[in-house]
Design a protein around this ligand. Structure first.
Ligand SMILES: [Zn+2]
Length: 412
């Protein structure tokens, strides 16, 4: 799990010349700034740290994140690991992210980590308010990432960018002004993963996965119908092969949705505990949040037991024992997938505990712990809203359909 300590040193030598920073901005909303900037509230001053590696803007080196097979663009993460919060903001803008803050509680004294960025314009603030479950006190939702035109119901202005299947059109990062660099890097990682699958050509695009999912679901249904019509070895074998493909694609799709939260927090914990990520506030709520994402993801894994039970019964009836190992393999796939997730969470928790950071086990404890910390945990609702925004609705539908097909009662 995770990446080797030396990965940063390994890749830096392979990247060459500088690129011109770009990035968009928009007229900020009229937001009265109700908080009080107080450097004494800073665990890390906004300018604490080095400059982000601006020469990496536009560079591409796709690597395995070490989590659930997800691929990422290494330069965009490496560039900000040792950077100050201020410099990380500059890098985020330079790679085209529209970074805005949302107002925290009136009268609160906060570290001016995000003093250099504007408040979100009205249309984006409205999305934040909705995602935070109508909670405008600012205490729960920490950050949001979305590709604006790809949001359901996004009202793209005349002449504005349209949602594209192959490009990230208008990537937006929103952070509460009371959070810190950790949250900003977390949101940048959502962008990193999205851009990698959409634009790098080195990871399977959502559309390709969608097509494969649909095809696999069709093939399972057909094989099942063929076998039911006439019990024969060839159709059972086809059914087994397609079922195996379908479950593997379903697991791949699950790792693109809610499990992304688990991957990002696991990755950041890895980098922080291996002394590569600096100038961030690290809390046990990261591990708690890994669990939230994991629980949601595990619920999406189809229960294929009725299917494999059916196949086992057929194998027994017809003495086709040579297929048993393949069925065992199919049954083991979701089990291994879940075990991998659990292991990632366990490892992250152990790494933080070694650094003396307590992991909240239940919501109540979480809240009590967080009232005295600078970083508040997302509420369950806010967390879910946050994750919802990362999901590709078409992919979600294809996934749901596949799950329906795979878990449909099998009649014999
Ligand atoms: Zn997230």
């Amino acid at each position: 799990m995770g990446m080797p300590r030396t990965f940063i040193a390994l890749f830096l030598g392979t990247l060459l010349s500088a690129c011109t920073p770009g990035g968009g901005s928009e007229k900020p909303a009229e937001v009265r700034k109700g908080t009080i900037e107080d450097l004494n509230r800073c665990a890390h001053k906004p300018n604490e740290g080095s400059d982000a590696l601006m020469t990496l803007v536009g560079k591409s080196q796709i690597v395995d994140s070490g989590f659930f097979g997800k691929k990422m663009n290494l330069p965009d993460l490496a560039a900000v690991l040792d950077a100050s919060a201020e410099s990380t903001i500059r890098y985020a803008k330079a790679i085209g992210l529209n970074v805005f803050k949302t107002p925290y509680k009136e009268g609160e004294r906060i570290c001016p980590t995000f003093a250099s960025i504007d408040y979100a314009p009205e249309r984006l603030q409205a999305i934040w308010t909705e995602a935070s479950g109508g909670d405008t006190s600012g205490g729960t939702l920490l950050g949001l990432y979305f590709d604006y035109p790809c949001l359901p119901n996004a009202k793209v202005p005349a002449g504005g960018k349209r949602c594209s299947n192959s490009k990230v059109a208008e990537p937006v990062v929103l952070v509460t002004e009371a959070t810190d660099k950790w949250t900003l890097v977390h949101e940048m990682m959502h962008h990193n993963f999205k851009k990698t699958t959409k634009e790098s050509g080195e990871a399977k695009s959502d559309n390709t996965l969608l097509a494969e999912l649909t095809k696999a679901a069709d093939a399972v249904e057909k094989a099942k119908a063929d076998y039911t019509a006439l019990e024969n070895r060839q159709d059972l074998e086809t059914l087994i092969l397609n079922l195996k493909l379908a479950i593997s694609l379903a697991l791949e799709a699950v790792s693109r949705g809610k499990l992304e939260e688990t991957a990002i927090e696991g990755l950041l914990i890895d980098l922080w505990t291996s002394d590569q990520l600096h100038h961030v506030v690290t809390t046990g709520s990261s591990v708690w949040y890994m669990g939230v994402g994991a629980d949601a993801a595990v619920q999406q894994i189809p229960d294929i037991k009725p299917y494999t039970d059916f196949i086992r019964a057929e194998i027994e009836e017809h003495f086709w024992n040579e297929y048993t190992p393949q069925v065992n393999e199919i049954d083991a796939m979701p089990v291994a997938f879940k075990a991998n997730i659990q292991q990632a969470i366990k490892t992250a928790g152990e790494k933080l505990k070694e650094r003396g950071i307590a992991i909240p086990q239940e919501r109540g404890a979480e809240r009590r712990m967080m009232t005295s910390a600078t970083q508040a945990p997302p509420s369950q609702a806010a967390g879910e809203a946050h994750m919802k925004n990362h999901e590709n609705p078409a992919l979600e539908n294809a996934k749901k359909r596949l799950v329906r097909v795979l878990t449909a009662p099998v009649k014999h």
